[in-house]
Ligand binder design. Sequence first.
Ligand code: ATP
Ligand code: MG
Length: 364
Amino acid sequence: MSKIILTGDRPTGRLHIGHYAGSLRRRVELQNSGEYDKTYIMIADAQALTDNMDNPEKVRENIIEVALDYMSCGLDPEKSTLFIQSQISELCELTFYYMDLVTVSRLQRNPTVKSEIQMRNFEASIPVGFFTYPISQAADITAFKATTVPVGGDQLPMIEQCREIVHRFNSQYAPDKPVLVEPEALLPQNEACMRLPGTDGKAKMSKSLGNCIYLSDPADEVSKKIMSMYTDPLHLQVSDPGHLEGNTVFTYLDAFCKPEHFERYMPDHANLDELKEHYQRGGLGDVKVKRFLDKIMQETLDPIRARRKELEKDIPAIYEILKKGSEVARQAAAQTLSDVKSAMRINYFEDMEMIRRQSEKYNA
Ligand code: ATP
Ligand code: MG
């Protein structure tokens, strides 16, 4: 069976270091590994509209931001198909048919949907489109027969829901020869990257919460955000023992620090374990740790910013890439939709056998 990647992001803002740690960095590695037959990367504008229906301009303006962030991180249109969700109308059709395979109570139990509804204060006025977005996400994944979905930890319930839909579809409509493929989530290897917290210490760095370090932030802005980051409220004097739980600066170090960074920027400590020990013992100031993190982040972001500057010079070329990618993606989705309709027995005009049988019945 071919190995196929599908993943994506909502164009609700520029991408941040949470996206990078949680999914983007891994995608680029997978793309370059040569182990996958196809890689599809989707800008999920239709999904973004489910909770931004009153702000289509925001979604529209952020398509280019996400595309620029993708390519500056190393996603390469020669190797990956970059496309825009709304341009693939087959995805809506698949969603419509999958809706018959999911119950309302199953959607209500989806923990990510639950917490996102709370976060957005939807209460009783949840848009139906938002409530059902896990189903449309299942359409996105299955349309490309994706085997592998590299995502952050918040997306696990979505992949689980998708697997259930695939299972129900195949057992109902295609028991002998499965039509849809059950995908696997590919989670970050490191706990800190599963759900990178915001600079304010809140549970998740999220475009919607305004607690982000963006991949395209200028160097001085990144430094400013790092220097004002949340650490340990009990660590008042340098000599006080520090705590690591909930200490965002250390979580970011877990996500981004590599052994060679010590040699370059913190030669008086051997490794991250030793740095943590020193902090917990007391005698290591927040400012020193933050400066270290700043050096690491600048080293990580410098090449990304430089590539972005180059890419920004030719915006029409980026739209051309997205247009071509959308055409390629559409063909793949159309093939799956055709398989789905045959399995569901709604391919009337191709079913010559049925037409002949009914004709014989009336003209015997
Ligand atoms: P929004 O607030 O509009 O939902 P978002 O910041 O949550 O935006 P998404 O576009 O929903 O971003 O997520 C895209 C991908 O990035 C998903 O795979 C998600 O798991 C991952 N991701 C988003 N935020 C984080 C984070 N803080 N840590 C790790 N992964 C993340
Ligand atoms: Mg999100």
